[in-house]
Design a protein around this ligand. Structure first.
Ligand code: ZN
Length: 421
């Protein structure tokens, strides 16, 4: 009991007792068949006898048109628009994403309540007042969260994405996993047949129906350097991060591979035959093949210290990240708008676009990491973590991680079970 409570405090989610809360997934299937999804346009009659008309907002619809269609006068439309703006900051409706419900006490009664549904997790309810006016309230809907587990294995000639899809891991979750692991491994060179991986992630349910996926809660990959494990954890100050099994920050200050999914075509080496010059010289960076125009994200937060052109690098940008680390990006076709010397950039912000300027045989990104003025191998250099846990948080993390590992162990034996969060 106590352990489960601890998890509750740490994740701010309603974790049940893990042992009891692992419920067979057919419960979800039964629920799915017993609940009405309220999907397209149509009238439903609620338990209290009120009539609910659901309208999907389509392009060209405006609030005033939809309200007028339901018999509202111009004065009422103006008043409702006013209430929406002042009480819910809503000024427009989005086609294909918003739904509106019009509620009447009975089939012939005027509309007494309007519910705007911009997402499955938020509703804006506009209700009539006894004096004829209107009031509105925003209701946040908490998803019913479940943690599900998927495990996969790399086969011969496989990519991580193929193996992940075969393991039924949704694309958005794979992309999250890729982003997390990109701090630790190189998906081109570190991926081999036989490597196993697993991910624990959230599925969001409303009324027993799955709506979307949430966050990756834990990931494990058998990398060449050893097992890489990361866990999502909320610190006592409310900040959420990913940590390795010992509580060290998993998000590094720099990414080894700035462009996701880009194939390494030439690695760091002190001696390499230069493809254009023909003679042997050091290759002080890593080349990633990518097509011209592919956005180049900053490998870490930093400041632009150089932007220019030289015959070797072509168009290049150099970023300074902290007292020790700099990164350089070469052969760009063009620079991102507004990124000039002195600009502060965030990790992942586009600084330029792949090209083939300078000494280059084809479009690629040439990427260098410079530590204390010396070029280092981006794939092997030890990178500092963005944040580590304080001792109190670390203790809580270890407890949380042990519980989660126990849950994962259960799920690995019963892949169609889930943990109710
Ligand atoms: Zn290069």
């Amino acid at each position: 009991m106590k352990k489960a409570k601890d998890i509750l405090n740490l994740t701010n989610a309603t974790w049940g007792v893990i042992g009891l809360a692992i419920i067979l997934v057919f419960v979800a299937i039964v629920l799915a068949f017993t609940h009405n999804n309220g999907g397209g346009d149509g009238i439903q009659i609620a338990d209290d006898g009120s009539h609910i008309l659901t309208v999907n907002v389509s392009s060209g619809d405006t609030l005033s048109k939809l309200l007028t269609d339901q018999g509202f006068t111009n004065a009422q439309v103006l008043e409702i628009a006013d209430v929406l703006k002042s009480q819910a900051s809503v000024t427009s409706l989005r086609a294909d994403s918003d739904k509106i419900e019009f509620v009447r006490d009975d089939a012939d009664a005027p509309v007494s309540k309007i519910v705007i549904i911009p997402s499955p997790w938020r509703q804006i309810e506009i209700s009539s007042l006894s004096d004829g006016g209107w009031t509105c309230e925003t209701v946040e809907i908490q998803p019913d969260k479940r943690a599900v587990y998927r495990a996969g294995e790399i086969l011969d000639g496989d990519s991580f994405y193929l193996a992940g899809a075969r393991a039924s891991i949704p694309e958005g979750i794979l992309a999250q996993v890729y982003d997390l692991l990109a701090f630790e491994m190189d998906f081109e060179r570190d991926v081999r047949a036989g490597q196993k991986f697993s991910v624990l992630y959230e599925e969001n349910f409303a009324d027993g129906q799955k709506v979307d996926n949430g966050n990756v809660l834990a990931v494990q990959f058998q990398a060449l350097r050893g097992d890489v494990k990361m866990y999502r954890f909320k610190k006592s100050d409310g900040k959420i991060g990913y940590y390795d099994e010992n509580g060290n920050g998993a998000i590094k200050s720099l990414k080894r591979t700035p462009i996701n999914n880009a194939r390494v075509t030439s690695s760091f080496s002190y001696r390499r035959k230069h493809p254009v010059l023909g003679y042997t010289r050091a290759h002080k960076g890593v080349d990633f093949r990518a097509s011209t125009g592919t956005p180049i994200p900053a490998a870490g937060a930093g400041r632009v210290v150089a932007r220019g052109y030289n015959s070797g690098h072509g168009n290049y940008i150099k970023l300074r990240h902290n007292a020790s680390f700099e990164t350089l990006y070469a052969h760009m076709s063009k620079f991102a708008k507004g990124v000039v010397v002195g600009t502060t950039v965030k990790q992942g912000q586009t600084i330029g676009y792949v090209g083939s300027t300078g000494l280059s045989t084809g479009p690629h990104l040439h990427y260098e990491i410079i530590k204390d003025g010396k070029h280092v191998n981006p794939m092997t250099v030890k990178l500092p973590a963005i944040s580590n846990l304080g001792s109190a948080d670390k203790e809580k993390f270890i407890e949380y991680r042990k519980n989660l590992d126990a849950g994962i162990e259960h799920l690995s034996q019963h892949p169609d079970w889930f943990i109710q969060l």
